[in-house]
Design a protein around this ligand. Sequence first.
Ligand code: EPZ
Length: 465
Amino acid sequence: MICVDSQTMTNTAVPTPSKIGPSLSLVDVAPLASLGQPRLEIRGGRPLAGEIRVSGAKNSALVLMAACLLTRDTLRLRNVPPLTDITGMGEILGALGVAVTRSGDSIELNGDHISKAAPPYELVNSLRASFFCIGPLVARMGMAQVPLPGGCQIGSRPVVEHVKGLKALGAQVTIEHGVVTAVVPGRSHRLTGGHIHLDCPSVGATETLMMAATLADGETTIDNAAQEPEVIDLARLLIAMGAKIRGAGSPTITIVGVERLHGADYAVIPDRIEAGTFLLAAAITRSVLRVAPVVPEHLGAVLTKLEEAGCRIEHDGLGVVIDAQRISAVDLRTQPFPGFPTDLQAPFMSLLATAEGTSMIVENIFENRLQHVAELQRMGASIRMQGNTAIIEGVACLSGAPVHGTDLRASAAMVLAGLAAEGTTTVRGLEFLDRGYADLEGKLNSVGAEIRRLHDEPTSLPLAA
Ligand code: EPZ
């Protein structure tokens, strides 16, 4: 699902090999350079049993944190996951003058004294979610300057819809030298409600524009809005802060602007992607496992696919019990919610690599989200690629190998493959994994896995000849 035409900006940061010596290029030494990084060592073939706990949703908590910029009061969020992305967002908000206090799984944010409307580049560049600041800042301050979020491993990640929507609300938006500047002209510095039609149901654009519209003069409608549970969670928080919002979770959201918003005390929804990852851990090890808390309607497409693949799924009010004995091939296509989520495409592919029969996976959301195929092939998976389609012929058993997680969910997919593989699998790329999973190895070990987090001694790179 790419709604960016060739004329619009793309900001793919594609690493190009640079010579670091007469005989070595960056690409040559990258694997060596990773030797100094932590790794997970996974002994495969162990069944799982018991109950595994799901943390709060990363992709909700990050945008809920940005909502603190809309009010001078304190915003208290509970069930916030302890992730590096959350820490990074706290640092960015702190750099803007927000008072950030973390206590256990709660975080208090007070934006009474925002000192500036421009988060620092070096922080923004490491965390795309920092772009969530632009909507609240321009709505509250009348201006915002936020560096263009970079592309990443899975795609160019444009913000065309975010920019178009802010312009529809009366902001003047320019992009120069990689920085997006949004200014509300006129004395009031207040945005003006308007009609926005998104060319694609972008989650980030829907959330950004919903936040901006809460303080605009008049009514805003967002058509072709994203319907993800995280959008609904944000709408519920904003309503708790005094916003007037209808239709979140449907393709059309209506927001009537108010003079100001007040603080709130709000609990983040459970992480549906982490929950799905744990269900897939049970499936790939042919185990019985309880995963809780889970909101079943947040995972409808995933639960249906798991049942289609032969798993027995039971909801017991707070959680889900999965019983996986035999796994058959299924086909899946990633779609915007309520379709199958792109964030579980890679983990589900690990499962299908061990299924009976031949499956097909089509990645429709991101243009480069099949890099884990090569890593699964290193473990003996039989997968053929045709553009954004992977044809997976299940094998009786994967074999443990050293592999690299190329993005957040690909890293999780490699861990799952390691749980099922014969022998030992070493997974690197934990800087991605730790962004989205809090203590993944600890949680899996608590239900029978055997995973160790090891730290190599940093190696000195061979000097160029
Ligand atoms: C959110 O990213 C999630 N991140 C992603 O989770 C998730 O994969 C994605 O939604 C889709 O569900 C957070 O919530 C922090 P989009 P976002 O804008 O908002 C195209 C993870 O692993 N597009 O819905 O950036 C875009 O290129 C992460 O936890 C345009 O073409 O996703 C992509 O192909 C990864 N133009 C598709 O839409 C635009 O202006 C979906 O993007 C905006 C987006």
